[in-house]
Design a protein around this ligand. Structure first.
Ligand SMILES: Nc1ncnc2c1ncn2[C@@H]1O[C@H](COP(=O)(O)OP(=O)(O)O)[C@@H](O)[C@H]1O
Ligand SMILES: [Mg+2]
Length: 548
């Protein structure tokens, strides 16, 4: 853009180094960046999707096929590309699964929109068409969804298994799905005829070692901490648990203090006094009947020694999040000042025990006052496996929660997307010209899901999609891609089941992001804009610096 001239004097309204791009150019650049992001996660979709090895700036390696994790670790800078990362985040926060799909659909919606813009359809009309298509999609999904019983474990397990089908841990998904379903059922609470699940009630800890099938569910809390002092008991029954958030040490003064000691007795007296102060602390804890102490701050060696003498188990430097979980599980209260500590603040558990897990010692708190508290201790061959297992179990827990809270499911494998696309095409015929075009493109964008699943399974997407279209025309609602046998199949019969909530959220997040990016016709950057992530093969590079 040429700088505007006013009687020969250039008028500058942006600070030096700022860049600006407008209208088609801005739109094109944004869409391109968003598509590059979608392209980057495509190959990870579905059970036949590939994993990605991501190395961060510190050299730490993550191996994953989880959409959100991939995008998080990519450290994306381009503003439009960042919005795609937001899509994955929203999807993850709302329903916990379908992150890759949402990003792919958003990218596809933008690609199709660009085709329309090239045919001079105004973005506003596209956005309107997309909105209508999204509404119709949500309606259709509701209509085809199958109601289930919220506590039907068999179904819940299948949903969890579908969520883990695409993960590194797929081989053990039967075992892990059982754990995820049990854990969620354990914490589900009935409120006015509906079930509510707070995922925070399920604690997830991990320790490398043994194998995935050694992963266990514990009715209580697990702390990745060992008991502080060798003289302390290794286990306590009927535990009365004090939760403290104050250091049990003699605080160092902020300034340098000097004490002049002239005689040895003075030193003795001084040390004695320190010791008495520490003893006092222990007394305040012990006199309330405490036999387990979990402290968020440090505990002085001397205090540990005194605690051991009173047969009190103590764990120090516990995580804040663990303190909150402990309070909830044991019915105790985290106390910040020892002088305020009273008997009512004590939590209760049947058993507190330190156990050796692999090379480490962990503290187990079982049979808590709150019977709903539950923990999952993930085991697995290596650090990377337990990390990916944690992400997979997160997805599994989320989808089970989704179904418990909204007990409706759909089949997967691209079947619902194909069915919605079919309905949208019918719907498009009832709309005026340009809007109809937008709705048709929306339908095509949804077909990216079965297309990508086929692609990743090494199948010919063109064959598969045309067969899928034909079978959906014939009324086979659950016809989808059987990626293992390489053919079109009834996904419901194959028991590839997913929460309705996930599919609905994909429509919402993808449409929102696409509309938002389409509305932008002016990008003004105060500094120089960073370039887009490197495009994968096949996509052209674009210029992102703006003008001037
Ligand atoms: N056994 C299966 N056969 C075909 N498709 C499957 C199967 N299991 C899962 N899928 C499909 O894989 C897709 C999910 O893949 P995933 O990699 O988990 O991505 P997302 O991050 O979107 O959840 C869904 O469309 C789901 O229906
Ligand atoms: Mg998934």
């Amino acid at each position: 853009m040429a700088t505007p001239q006013l009687a020969g004097i250039p008028v500058l309204i942006l600070k030096e180094g700022a860049s600006r791009s407008r209208e088609r150019e801005a739109q094109h650049a944004n869409i391109m960046a968003a598509q590059i992001v979608a392209e980057a996660v495509k190959s990870a979709l579905g059970p036949k999707g590939m994993d990605k090895m991501l190395v961060d700036s510190l050299g730490d390696v993550t191996i994953t096929s989880d959409g959100r994790t991939i995008l998080d670790e990519m450290e994306i800078e381009h503003p439009a590309a960042k919005m795609m990362v937001e899509v994955a985040k929203t999807q993850d926060n709302e329903v916990g699964d379908g992150t890759t799909t949402a990003v792919i659909v958003a990218g596809e919606l933008l690609a199709k929109a660009e085709k329309l813009v090239d045919k001079s359809v105004h973005p506003t009309i596209i956005i309107d068409g997309y909105r209508k298509a999204a509404d119709r999609s949500l309606e259709t999904l509701e209509k085809i969804a199958i109601p289930v019983k919220p506590k039907d474990k068999a179904f819940l397990k299948k949903v969890a298994m579908t969520a883990m089908a695409s993960k590194l841990v797929a081989e053990n998904r039967d075992y892990l799905a059982e754990i995820a379903a049990s854990a969620i059922l354990h914490v589900a609470q009935e409120v006015e005829g509906q079930y509510k699940v707070d995922l925070d009630d399920v604690m997830v800890e991990k320790k490398a070692g043994e194998s995935l099938t050694a992963t266990k569910i514990i009715e209580g809390v697990v702390l990745d901490k060992e008991v502080g002092h060798p003289g302390m008991p290794k286990w306590v029954e009927k535990a009365k648990i004090a939760l403290l958030n104050t250091p049990l040490e003699i605080e160092k003064t902020e300034f340098d203090a000097k004490i002049n000691i002239e005689r040895p007795e003075q030193l003795d007296a001084f040390l004695k006094q320190e010791e008495n102060m520490l003893k006092d602390m222990v007394e305040k804890i012990a006199e309330k009947g405490t036999n387990v102490l979990v402290c968020q701050k440090g505990i002085d060696d001397m205090v540990q020694h005194f605690l051991a003498r009173r047969d009190i188990i103590a764990v120090h430097r516990a995580k804040e999040s663990d303190m909150e979980k402990l309070a909830k599980a044991t019915g105790g209260k985290v106390v910040a000042n020892l002088d305020d500590f009273s008997e009512e603040d004590l939590g209760y558990a049947e058993l507190v025990e330190e156990r050796k897990i692999g090379d480490d010692k962990l503290t187990f708190i079982e049979g808590c006052r709150n019977p709903r508290s539950v923990a999952i201790l993930i085991r697995g061959g290596t650090e990377r496996i337990v990390d990916e297992a944690e992400r997979s179990i997160h997805d599994a827990l989320c989808v089970v929660r989704d179904v418990v809270q909204e007990p409706k499911i759909v089949a997967g494998g691209g079947a619902p997307e194909m069915e919605v696309a079919r309905v949208l095409r019918e719907y498009a015929d009832t709309l005026p010209g340009r809007e109809a075009l937008a709705v048709q493109q929306y339908a095509e964008a949804l077909e990216a899901v079965p297309t990508t699943l086929s692609d990743n399974a090494g199948l010919d997407p063109i064959d598969i999609i045309s067969e899928l279209r034909a079978r959906h025309e014939k009324g086979e609602v659950w016809a989808g891609v059987n990626v293992f046998e390489g053919k079109v199949d009834d996904m419901k019969k194959l028991e590839v089941l997913e929460p309705l909530a996930v599919k609905k959220q994909i429509i919402k997040s993808a449409t929102e992001a696409a509309s938002m990016l389409l509305k932008i016709d002016d990008v003004i950057a105060a500094g120089k804009m960073k370039g887009p992530p490197t495009p994968p093969k096949g996509l052209p590079e674009t210029e992102y610096e703006g003008e001037e």
